[in-house]
Design a protein around this ligand. Structure first.
Ligand code: TXA
Ligand code: MG
Length: 316
């Protein structure tokens, strides 16, 4: 069921059920992070491997501080400047956070989301919400309640509808490594915004093998129709030109019908492109095409996180 009742969401969560919640980044599949039963349900509904840990959501740092050992100074500076918002911190956990949530890691990923409904919900309960993105494992993240309903509607009792997500890309994940602030997943806060606050940071390159690199599974965020990076010349031989889709930044490809193309931002705004990205992928995925050709965006601002998602969508 889709609705806007915080009371209903709260009641299900108290019963250790999982419900979908809106955030500014993408919709989450939430359960009581202190309850192993609820956390197991999250992994099951999402069909997610248990080695991939979950982000823990809280109403404020005042509350969330009690779940972790300490917050290193640089990360605290970022938290103060950028949250509530699309920034997740990797911190040494206290034992109150079950190992199941962190897949056995001593670090927990914590985020204070910026969405009025979800902040209200988080303030109304006395436990944190573990929540991965509310999509089946490996598929495109949902940015509307309808997206969640299409894929998980049968499996969960309630979807809290908070409208379309304002950012549209998952949170940026940062932690400390060898005393240096390190970005593990590019996301809704641009690397430039972080560097403007604390100076140069390390950005982890893609890796599918490094266990410390979160959200770093190489093939991810992928539509069912094969996606390729580049123009029509890059498509494989079995993609008929009449059956190609295109995910474009600002303008249409002349050789493909326009109704098989999705423009991310007509005036080239990277924030708008981020907001549209997953909805665009879903729309093209629904058209029974042979393939989708996607164009990389400028490597700046949210363009870097968009390109990261596109590269993963293309990896198989
Ligand atoms: O914007 C977001 O972060 C959304 C919304 C719902 O908050 N959540 C989200 O969750 O994107 P998910 O599960 O789809 O991606 C979280 C990533 C995972 O790839 C996981 O590997 C990493 O964060 N992660 C979570 N906890 C971690 C931990 N303790 N150590 C290392 N990586 C962690
Ligand atoms: Mg996800």
């Amino acid at each position: 069921m889709i609705g806007t009742s915080i009371e209903k969401a709260k009641a299900y969560l108290r019963e250790e059920q999982v419900v979908a919640i809106p955030t500014e980044t993408v919709y989450g599949l939430a359960g009581n992070a202190f309850s192993e039963a609820a956390v197991l349900k999250i992994f099951k509904v999402k069909n997610r491997p248990s080695f991939d840990p979950l982000i823990v959501h809280g109403p404020s740092w005042e509350v969330a501080r009690s779940w972790v050992q300490t917050i290193p100074e640089e990360l605290w500076t970022l938290a103060k400047a950028l949250t509530p918002g699309p920034l997740t911190l990797l911190l040494e956990k206290k034992s109150i956070i079950p190992d199941l949530v962190t897949s056995g890691s001593r670090q927990v990923a914590i985020r204070i989301p910026q969405h009025p409904l979800t902040l209200k919900l988080l303030s109304a309960i006395d436990f944190p919400l573990a929540a991965p993105s509310a999509n089946p494992f490996g598929y495109i993240s949902p940015t509307t309640a309808g997206h969640v309903e299409q894929q998980l509607g049968e499996k969960i009792p309630y979807i809290l509808d908070g409208g379309p997500c304002k950012i549209g890309l998952e949170s940026t994940i940062v932690g400390m490594e060898d005393g240096q602030v390190t970005v593990y997943r590019k996301g809704g806060i641009a690397v430039e915004a972080i560097q403007a606050i604390i100076g140069k940071v390390r950005v982890r390159p893609h890796s599918s093998s490094n266990p410390k690199a979160p959200g770093m599974l190489k093939s991810h965020y992928a539509p069912r129709v094969p996606l390729y990076l580049g123009g029509i010349d890059e498509r494989p031989a079995n993609c008929r030109i009449t059956q190609c889709g295109a995910l474009r930044f600002k303008d249409y490809l002349p050789s493909i019908p326009q109704n098989q193309q999705f423009i991310l931002s007509g005036n080239g705004d990277l924030d708008e492109a981020a907001r549209q990205l997953f909805a665009g992928m879903r729309q093209l995925d629904s058209l029974s095409l042979d393939c989708i050709l996607a164009e990389l965006l400028p490597e700046q601002g949210l363009g870097r996180a968009i390109n990261d998602r596109l590269r993963r969508a293309a990896a198989r």
